[in-house]
Design a protein around this ligand. Structure first.
Ligand code: AHR
Length: 506
């Protein structure tokens, strides 16, 4: 017998369009993400460029509109020039971040070619740790300017006469973190970022820029929000987004707390919404700056994995994900949708092998549990983000307080005659019958109901049992064109997509 819960949605009560760029990814030179991950020349599964075709296929289903590259902490001591020109002439360099050797066989041109094959846009991060504003500007020149200047001509000479047209750029990575090469106080970073932004936008005024904001590794940094305030006050006119990073996980072995993570994420995004409004008001600006949540994921089992020169760094951070992790990933995506007016960009960190939904072996790929919520949200969320009112029993979730057992996000694309509801049932034992009350264009019929669920929160897909956790068809029915009754099993993500009629009746 299912317990009852209700959700109330009114299409007029929304926070604007969901920006599809919240379904972005992040690829770093880290462990086996690039080498042995997306790039594996000589492997029979790779194409003539060395790109693994089975990986491309898996990633294409994720429909990521952009991929951030090349780091992450890696970028903060990386010189993009090392990864250009003939491969046999590229230098091998020590990588400060991951205590390994970077062969530079994969660089900017390879990344752009790979993006075109995955059908995604490049989001390039520049090194503001150990390089200067001028180096960042020269990378913009290399990527985005037409032939006729030194670096643009180098790109053409390297076989790419047409500009790479990179639309989005990150001004450094996690510059608030003591672990970051070139870490400096907020005031110093802000100055660097402003100088770089001036040169970069001076060369290509069409690009958008992301300033490096607060990292929330597991608990907020001491400079959380204060760093962002200083950076935003100094760079408001130059940048379009402030980044934030957040990783989470079931450190305490407390599944019930872990499943309340959506509440913590809502809190972070509400902090940013308040700060962005504050700085905009102080600056008396008519311009808006948004959040780029450009690293997020569940990551805890492999945190602290030894990093030291000479140790095995090839398979760093290959986290194995289970059902409860997938339900946390679903809550990140729900939270991004609920805060569509604040967050316009988000990047799953990362996409292949290192802390990733896709793992590779030389002969095949494994799709981890966290792959499926991403695909479901990315495929079905479109249009306006509706403000859900959830009426569900509460449970006690440690530091998160009393949390509703049902998490909800919802979208409506009236011009496409589509709506979608995303429900996470946090209850470990009880299923819910969720009554979705809909005030909007009349509901016509259910298009699809997908459920990711299971009896064991620790269930995972493994090489031996790759299909243990998969989305299955679920149950939902429309009542009176205004309600949907959805069965949400215990520990589940249930996604319902439905068609709506136009209000004029056709
Ligand atoms: O994604 C792994 C690392 O986590 C990134 O390099 C860094 O930005 C973050 O701390």
């Amino acid at each position: 017998m299912n317990t009852k819960a209700a959700v109330f949605l009114d299409v007029r009560r929304n926070v604007g369009q969901v920006d599809r760029r919240v379904f972005g990814g992040f690829l770093e030179h880290l462990g086996r993400a690039v080498y042995d991950g997306i790039y594996d020349p000589g492997n029979p599964l790779s194409d003539e460029s060395g790109f693994r075709l089975d990986v491309i296929e898996a990633l294409k289903h994720m429909r990521m509109p952009l991929v951030r590259y090349p780091g992450g902490s890696f970028v903060s001591n990386y010189d993009w020039r090392d990864g250009m020109g003939p491969k046999e002439q590229r230098p091998r360099r020590p990588d400060f971040a991951w205590k390994t050797v970077e062969s530079n066989q994969f660089g900017v041109d390879e990344f752009i070619a790979w993006c075109r094959k995955v059908d995604t846009a490049p989001f390039m991060v520049v090194n503001l740790g150990t390089l200067r504003a001028q180096d960042a500007a020269e990378l913009v020149e290399y990527c985005n300017l037409p032939e006729g200047t030194f670096w643009a001509d180098r790109r053409a000479a390297d076989g790419h006469p047409k500009p790479h047209a990179v639309p989005l750029w990150g001004l450094g990575n996690e510059m608030d973190g003591f672990w970051q090469a070139g870490h400096v106080p907020a005031e110093v970073y802000a100055l660097r970022a402003r100088q770089a932004a001036q040169l970069m936008k001076g060369l290509d005024p069409g690009i958008e820029l992301v300033a490096s904001g607060s990292t929330v590794p597991f608990t907020p940094m001491p400079t959380y929000m204060e760093w962002d305030r200083i950076v935003l006050e100094q760079c408001w006119d130059q940048v379009d987004y402030i980044s934030t990073h957040h990783y989470t996980g079931d450190h305490a072995g407390d599944t019930r707390r872990s499943l309340a993570e959506g509440v913590a994420l809502d809190g972070i995004l509400e902090d940013y919404a308040a700060l962005l409004r504050y700085v905009r008001a102080v600056k008396k600006s008519s311009k808006s700056v948004y959040v780029a949540f450009d690293e997020w994921n569940v990551w805890y089992r492999t945190v602290g994995q030894e990093r030291a020169w000479g140790r095995n760094t090839t398979s760093l951070f290959e986290e194995s994900y289970d059902l409860k992790d997938a339900l946390v990933v679903a809550q990140y995506l729900s939270s991004f949708i609920r805060h569509a007016d604040t967050v316009k960009i988000a990047c799953l960190s990362e996409i292949v092998n290192a802390i990733s939904p896709v793992l590779t072996r030389p002969d095949r790929v494994l799709l981890q549990t966290t792959y499926f919520p991403f695909v479901l949200f990315s495929s079905h969320a479109r249009g306006l983000s509706l403000v859900p009112i959830v009426d569900a029993p509460l449970y006690e979730a440690g530091d998160m307080g009393n949390v509703p057992l049902v998490d909800c996000a919802a979208t409506c694309a009236e011009e496409e005659k589509r709506g979608a509801v995303f429900l996470v049932n946090r209850d470990l034992e009880r299923g819910f019958m969720v009554e979705v009350n809909w005030n909007g264009p009349p509901i016509a019929e259910i298009i699809v109901v997908s459920v990711l669920s299971g009896y064991d929160p620790c269930a995972a897909n493994t090489w031996e049992s790759p299909d243990a956790v998969q989305p299955m068809p679920g149950a939902a029915r429309v009542v009176d064109n205004t309600r949907i009754l959805v069965e949400a099993p215990a520990m589940s993500l249930t996604v319902v997509e439905f068609s709506v009629r136009s209000r004029s009746g056709d």
